[in-house]
Write a protein that binds this ligand. Structure first.
Ligand code: DLL
Length: 439
């Protein structure tokens, strides 16, 4: 049993609902959701093709008879083919930035926005937020769900918001200092950038008032958490979500910090083998699939997230009954196949953070100069560990190479680079340069 790192407060009694009640509520809400999507052309067609309909769904297990929804389906129905309400009921749009140009849009009714604020309030409170706190939000405000999602969650709790948005790191630090925020909200990679800039400006992190942080929107590792906590002198909590499902607020860590509780009264989660699409046994990694249960404007049925994680049904000492998901190790579309071996960038990060003397700033470069894949990992060395001695640098390089090999099974060509030479990120980090996909 993990010890609590902060007081175990619960925002909404629904979070501790007994399992049988929770399942009954899920079925009731699933039935309502299916009725809501019945007139959405995509679902009408997909259900007809699969020869199932809302009438066939009598138990939660029957959900598996329904077809999956994918990002490609959303793209094929761009911009608003999944809208289940009239435009007059839409209160806000968000979107996820498409790597291929057009974003996919998501819509919210007024009720959806209120539900969303509550879902964010739940994980913020479980991670230490109190009404008397001030929260500095360094997520982008815009189509991205991070800024506005967390903003209204903080307001729902009754705390004060500094809507700093992303970018201009020195100004962020001035705001953190002068407005004495207690809580930092951003991506873990941006937290690293801020931590580094705090050091470079000669500020002792203790001069800031930060106590907690809520990080999400990208994969990160336990070692990265330890490093940010040590650098910034705060407690960091993980939260997860995706715009197609609602945005942040799908799941978040409690005071035990041993997995993120999925808000199962609002979402049904499945964990499937991404190849066979069959459910994996509890405790095994698979792709997470979500069905929304309360969304009005754009309900989503069996959405394949491409996120690889593992579900933990064990009871949690905090009393929340929502099943826990562990850290997302990566996305199926970020998974690198190197000489036939599957590698997630987060595994390389884990290897780097195990080696003293490297900074958690890295770039993975993959090419195929001949017939075989070759991997270069560029890693920044911390200034204090830079050495003129070739033997010292060679030893560091070897240790990193060994750690990468022991975690991933691949041999990487490690390039040590000077401090501050790799790109810094204000939003989601981009750590991979795959020349094999260039035409
Ligand atoms: O990133 C929503 C969000 C905002 C979550 C702020 C948490 C905090 P999208 O831009 O649609 O939405 O990207 C969703 O980001 O499928 C995961 O691959 C990844 N992701 C989100 N949270 C985590 C996390 C937001 N805690 C995609 N750990 C998801 C790992 C995460 N990956």
């Amino acid at each position: 049993m993990s010890e609590f790192v902060t007081e175990n407060r619960i925002w909404d009694s629904a979070e501790t609902m007994p399992h049988d009640e929770l399942r009954a509520l899920q079925l009731e809400r699933l039935t309502q959701t299916l009725a809501r999507v019945a007139e959405v052309p995509f679902y009408k067609e997909a259900f007809a093709k699969a020869k199932v309909g809302p009438d066939n769904i009598k138990t939660l297990d029957d959900l598996r008879r329904l077809p999956f929804t994918t990002k490609a389906d959303l793209r094929d129905h761009y911009p608003l083919g999944f809208l289940a309400v009239g435009r007059d009921r839409v209160a806000r749009f968000h979107g996820s930035s498409g790597t291929t140009g057009k974003p996919t849009f998501v819509a919210y009714t007024k009720e959806d926005l209120s539900t969303w604020a509550d879902l964010c309030a739940r994980f913020l409170v479980s991670g230490g937020l109190r009404p008397e706190h001030t929260v500095h939000i360094a997520f982008g405000y815009g189509l991205f769900t991070g800024g506005f999602g967390l903003h209204y969650g903080v307001e729902r709790v009754g705390a004060a918001v500094v809507p700093a948005s992303a970018g201009n790191t020195q100004r962020q630090i001035m705001l953190l200092k002068d407005l004495a925020a207690d809580v930092l909200v951003c991506t873990p990679s941006y937290a690293l950038t801020i931590a580094e800039a705090v050091g470079a400006m000669g500020i002792d992190p203790k001069e800031l008032s930060l106590k907690f942080a809520h990080f999400g929107a990208e994969p990160w590792t336990e070692d990265m958490r330890a490093q940010i906590e040590a650098d910034m002198g705060l407690l960091a909590f993980n939260n997860y979500g995706l715009s197609e499902v609602i945005g942040p607020g799908v799941s978040g860590e409690c005071a035990a910090r041993n997995g993120m509780h999925i808000q199962e009264d609002h979402f049904i989660v499945e964990c499937v083998d991404p190849e066979t699409l069959e459910p994996v046994q509890p405790g095994n990694q698979g792709e997470l699939v979500f069905t929304s249960l309360t969304k009005q404007a754009m309900p989503i049925i069996r959405y394949r997230t491409r996120d690889i994680a593992q579900l933990d049904p064990a009871p949690c000492p905090c009393g929340r009954t929502g099943i826990r998901m562990n850290r997302v190790v990566g996305r199926t579309d970020d998974m690198l196949i190197i000489r036939g071996v599957n590698v997630f960038p987060s595994q390389i990060e884990e290897a780097l953070l195990r080696v003293e003397g490297t900074a958690p700033h890295y770039l993975i470069e993959i090419g195929r100069p001949g017939t075989l894949d070759e991997v270069k990992v560029h890693v920044e060395v911390r200034s204090k560990d830079l050495s003129d001695k070739m033997s010292h640098m060679q030893a560091l390089r070897d240790r990193i190479g060994q750690e990468i090999h022991s975690i991933t099974g691949i041999h990487a060509d490690v390039h040590l680079v000077e401090p501050q030479t790799l790109e810094r990120f204000v939003g989601k980090a981009k750590r991979v340069l795959d020349h094999r996909t260039e035409t």
